[in-house]
Structures are given as structure tokens and as C-alpha cells.
Ligand binder design. Structure first.
Ligand SMILES: [Cu+2]
Length: 123
């Protein structure tokens, strides 16, 4: 009889322990979720900082005369988010400053390609 009680007590202790572990796990998950949420909220706040103007140098090998840079500059300037464009015929390159929240390097190279001047990133 004593043994049975003892066994029963052990079972209950074990069950209690499991409940506690489970509660602890839930607390940890909740804490993790809070941390995750906090970092996501922080990311949302920080995002505009990441969207700071970026400058990229595009190689535009297809420019064959002094008038070509005008066409290239016009094409890049039309892309939304572009703040500054400097195209040099001598170097066959375009230095473009843009807001990477509004546009991407891919859109810039696409714009020059659409104008007849395929380009690629130099830096
Ligand atoms: Cu030309």
C-alpha cells in the first residue's frame, strides 16, 4: 500500500513537473514572440534609414558619340527615385544617385537598355 501511494505521488509530481515545463515553454515562446515583434517594429522604424540615397556607377559601353550621354541621362532621370545623374562619354559610364526604397539598380539598367544602351553595374 505504501508503495502504491508513493508511486501515485511520483506520478503526480511528474505530471506537475510536465505542467510547469509546459508553462515555462509557453512563457519562453511568448517572450520570443515579443522579442521578434519588437525587432520587427524596430525594423519598420529603421527602414527609412536604409532607404538613404545610394550611388551606383553604371558602365554604358554602347555610347558612341558625345550626344549619347544626353539620351542615357534622360532615360535614367525618368526613373522614379533617381535624384542625380552624371553621364560621361569619355568613361562610358553613368553615376546615379537614387533612393533604393523607390527604385533599384535593376530598374536603372533596364531604363538605359530600353533607351538602347544596355548597362551594367561597375561598383
Ligand atoms: Cu551618340
Amino acid at each position: 500500500m505504501k508503495t502504491q501511494v508513493s508511486a501515485l505521488a511520483k506520478t503526480q509530481v511528474s505530471a506537475l513537473a510536465k505542467t510547469q515545463v509546459s508553462a515555462l515553454a509557453k512563457t519562453q515562446v511568448s517572450a520570443l514572440a515579443k522579442t521578434l515583434f519588437a525587432s520587427l517594429a524596430l525594423a519598420a522604424v529603421v527602414a527609412p534609414v536604409w532607404a538613404a540615397p545610394r550611388t551606383v556607377i553604371l558602365s554604358v559601353p554602347g555610347m558612341t558619340c558625345a550626344a549619347c550621354p544626353i539620351t542615357v541621362k534622360k532615360a535614367i532621370s525618368k526613373v522614379q527615385g533617381v535624384s542625380k545623374v552624371a553621364v560621361t562619354f569619355e568613361k562610358r559610364e553613368a553615376v546615379v544617385s537614387f533612393d533604393d526604397a523607390k527604385t533599384s539598380v535593376q530598374k536603372l539598367t533596364q531604363a538605359t537598355a530600353d533607351a538602347g544602351y544596355p548597362s551594367s553595374v561597375k561598383n
